[in-house]
Design a protein around this ligand. Sequence first.
Ligand code: HEC
Ligand code: HEC
Length: 470
Amino acid sequence: MSKQHAVSTTAIIACAVSAFCGSASRTLAQPIDPGVRQVATDGGSPQPLPGLTADELAFFQDGLSRFMTVEVVSGASSNEGNGLGPRFNSNQCSSCHIQPYVGGSSPAVNPLIAVATADGATNTIPWFITSNGPIREARFVRSNGVADGSVHALFVITGRADAGSCDISQPDFLPAGDAVTGQGGNSNVVFRIPTPLYGAGLIEAIPDSAILADMNANASAKTRAGVRGHANSVQGGTVNLSANDGTITRFGWKAQNKSLLMFAGEAYNVEMGISNQLFPQERDETPNCQGGNATPNDTSNFSASPATAVLSDIEAFANFIRLLAPPAPAPATASTQNGEAQFKNIGCSLCHTPTLMTGAAVASGSATVPSVALSNQRVDLYSDLLVHHMGTGLADGITQGSAGPDEFRTAPLWGVGQRVYFLHDGRTSDLVQAIEDHASQGSEANQVIQSFNALSARDQQDLINFLRSL
Ligand code: HEC
Ligand code: HEC
């Protein structure tokens, strides 16, 4: 028996007697994350779902072009490009959703550095935004002594050539911590990185009943492993004005949002300060900072006789995302096949459910109903879409719907092979670290991570290789 095995056995015993199984229980020989998987199509055009009808494809393309529009405060040739700010995180959906091509997540080189001073703006770059770190949006846990939890935009339009006399200040995010990991600074400021959008229309098309059936499956294995999780549905009697129909919400790091249209509307106002028909009021109503634009900035656009309308931007964004193809995994190898088996054996798949199915008859807006591309499709997402207690180490202190301060949606792992940053706040680029960070006091994943640490170095490496193949 090797020395390495002896060490990990001791660690497992220690782990069993204390509830906390941290990195102390790792084996000596450690697996290595080979890094971002490069593919020839990186940086190319995003692919639509296979089998789209001609009308679906036309609306996918329309949404894609609007998703890539660089927004300004005022003076755009069409009304479509106006309304940026007064407060914003970036000026283009695709600036944040871009790795490894449009629709993805945070790229290796941070675009926000240039956005901060675009068009004459005079913003200071917050300490947690670096050129070699992730895009982060910031939430305040508390403000003025009461629970807050909302996003505080990083930048203001002050100084921009198209912003007139607007003169407002950025929020104060100090004191600074470690700029790359985002850890150790002002404990009232917490972060989230962009989630990738590939395949999100398939996720939207999964019936609640399928999520609940998966939640109830493998019950004894989940109980043994300490994995619980609940769907982020609104509890009876709870006042929650953004989700009042009682159905399961599933988008965002805390599964806090119901639909792609809802997320698009929220993102337009929160990330860019562009009010719209789902979020009609400006987040900052300072009068001389509105660029002369009416509110909502984005609307549907009527024409009379016959009464028809051109879609609003938020509808177009949602169409693009809904019809966007899922990530394409790499071909399997002996190593990734063993890694996949280990992933299931040790219980990663108790939360990261490999496959769910979309509903039998899902409509996209196409004249062809139901949509063939969205109906009865496999969704190889590697998520149960439930929120789980992830312990003190990952807790961000924010409650959204029924997702509490240390609860997060099981992050879908499809596409993780081509991701640069991991976990909700982008604290690491190393998959091994991302796995170890699942373990801390109160995490439902503690026993599964203990089992990961007890694997041979070879099996651990195969599991990492499997993740990088996704
Ligand atoms: C400044 C960067 C940034 C910009 C710009 C941005 N996003 Fe995002 N996006 C994020 C972050 C961060 C999250 C995760 C938010 C959360 O969970 O609280 C996210 C999540 C999403 C999601 C949820 C996906 C999922 O499965 O969880 C959708 C949909 C989305 N964004 C759409 C858009 C659209 C549409 C636009 C343009 C209007 C946009 N985003 C612009 C940063 C950005
Ligand atoms: C108890 C449920 C649970 C178990 C068990 C679990 N995970 Fe996770 N996983 C999550 C949640 C929740 C997140 C998001 C946490 C966060 O961002 O704070 C996550 C995030 C991840 C991420 C980062 C993805 C991203 O988008 O940044 C990876 C990689 C990952 N898990 C792999 C694994 C592997 C490998 C295993 C088995 C060793 C495992 N997980 C076991 C719930 C779980």
